[in-house]
Design a protein around this ligand. Structure first.
Ligand code: SF4
Length: 485
């Protein structure tokens, strides 16, 4: 029985008392039952099931949070849809860049117009942007039609907050400036049947000067290995083959647990979970990546040979201004150690162009590291001034035309070196996890290699979720074409 089915079974056998229990997660079970009866009443009045749309902005942490929100909505009787003109529309927001916020404000205008015609529709907002006091205040002031606002720390209380809105006690706005607990045992509706993210920790302690995450996601809190392993076992029993262990900086996992556990040891334990065939993780901060973790990656057969290791800049001066706590030499020595332990390891990275004070020499230093490391691919970002972070008030913001020119040069190098490095598997037969039918050509499936590169190859929908042997016949830059081996 899947985790979700188990939750529905619990709901079906649960007899709610007159008052909600004080303890979690029982309290949320009580409120999910309450929402289910309110949804059933509205559906009966409408003569059709109620629909709900969850739109996710941002990273994999948000994607995972949205799966939990969808799980609660499904358990409460909503039918999920991709259409925003649903009975409930929720935006799980991101605030990593200023324009992510602008996108949400723009779309909210549209939702507001629709709500004028259908006042019964529920509009909800959550996620990182709502943790920013100025953004939440702006939404409350300018968008009175929003029924529910909550943040990242109280997501587990979604059923309780939604119950208040559906009972006519809205609008509801509940944002906590810090978390109170990690609440386990909430249902989640996974996007994929065969792979899943697993949160191992929340928050970040690093305070990189360009990043808003520590302010909106709070300090690091790790889940216990028992809870993580329990979730991995349930996912395996539910047919999941690949898991992605998620945290803002997984390398500092477990430091604050009552009995500290290193990420390397956690990886070894997850590697023992029967039924899980592939393990990935993200994100790794270079300053905390231990030799023990390299050894665990090398020896754990299920851990994929891929590491996303954000460099951000190859210039020592900028790394210092970014508060990254490593130098270019330390980073290069680390990638040398990784490659000597795992010669075929795929390395990917994040790079920022146009950080305040960046000079041509700083860019040259970054280009130099890109050439030396040989990334499979790199995500290149133009520095985006994020109000509320120290870098936003740094002098010497780089003019736009200079940034654009530097960005184009970096991108060209990343593409050239990435293409070269990615082609090293041509001719080999590799195990591929088939993920979906190819959007352009339905006679093909699209799947992922252990290195995280994608490949398109002949196959049918019934094979989605299987690990298949595929010969990589042609490298097209950042993906392959293949044939069945
Ligand atoms: S490590 Fe730095 S960039 Fe990553 S989430 Fe933490 S503060 Fe942000």
């Amino acid at each position: 029985m899947s985790i979700f089915e188990e939750y529905i079974r619990q709901m079906d056998t649960y007899v709610p008392g007159p008052e909600p229990p004080l303890r979690e997660p029982e309290r949320q079970l009580w409120f999910t039952c309450r929402v289910r009866s309110l949804v059933a009443q509205r559906a009966a009045a409408a003569g059709r099931p109620l629909t709900a749309c969850v739109r996710t902005f941002g990273c994999q942490m948000n994607e995972r949070d949205s799966e939990k929100i969808r799980g609660i909505l499904l358990a409460a009787g909503y039918v999920l849809t991709e259409e925003e003109e649903a009975d409930l529309c929720l935006y799980n927001t991101c605030t990593v860049r200023e324009n992510a916020n602008m996108k949400v404000y723009g779309r909210l205008g549209l939702l507001g117009n629709r709500k004028k015609k259908h006042p019964d529709r529920v509009i909800a907002l959550c996620g990182c942007m709502m943790q920013e006091p100025t953004a939440a205040a702006r939404v409350r002031e300018t968008c009175p039609f929003v029924d529910l606002i909550f943040g990242t720390h109280n997501l587990y209380r979604f059923a309780e907050l939604l119950a208040a809105v559906l009972s006519g006690n809205g609008p509801v706005c509940e944002i906590w400036d810090k978390p109170d607990a990690i609440v386990e045992e909430l249902p989640a509706q996974r996007t994929y049947a065969f792979k899943s993210g697993v949160n191992i920790m929340f928050g970040c302690n690093n305070f990189c000067t360009y990043c808003i995450v520590p302010y909106v996601r709070g300090r690091e809190r790790s889940r216990t290995p028992e809870d993580i392993l329990g979730e991995c076992r349930s996912l395996a029993a539910d047919g999941v083959k690949e898991i992605m262990l998620l945290g803002q900086n997984v390398n500092s996992y477990g430091k604050n647990l009552e009995t500290p556990v290193s990420f390397a040891d956690l990886l070894r334990q997850v590697n023992e979970v029967e039924g899980i065939e592939r393990i990935r993780f993200m994100t790794s901060h270079p300053k905390d990546l231990s030799d023990d973790l390299i050894e665990a990656m090398r020896t754990c057969g299920k851990v994929c040979p891929h590491l996303h290791l954000p460099l951000q800049s190859g210039s020592d001066a900028l790394l210092k201004k970014m508060n990254r706590h490593y130098t270019r030499d330390q980073y290069l020595r680390l990638t040398d150690r990784l490659r000597s332990a795992m010669p075929d390891l795929s390395l990917t990275t994040d790079l920022i162009v146009g950080f305040p004070g960046e000079t041509e020499q700083d860019l040259q230093d970054t280009l130099d590291v890109v050439r030396r490391v040989g990334y499979d691919t790199a995500f290149t970002f133009i520095y985006s001034k994020r109000s509320g972070t120290p870098a936003a008030s740094m002098p010497d913001q780089v003019p736009e035309d200079v940034v654009k020119d530097r960005f184009a040069r970096l991108l060209a190098l990343v593409q050239e070196t990435g293409r070269e490095r990615s082609s090293r598997f041509t001719g080999q037969v590799q195990p591929v996890l088939a993920e979906h039918v190819n959007e352009q050509d339905p006679s093909l499936l699209t799947g992922r290699l252990p290195s995280n590169l994608t490949v398109h190859f002949p196959g049918g929908a019934s094979e989605i979720g299987s690990i298949l042997n595929v010969r990589l016949t042609q490298c097209k830059g950042f993906y392959y074409l293949g044939e069945r081996a």
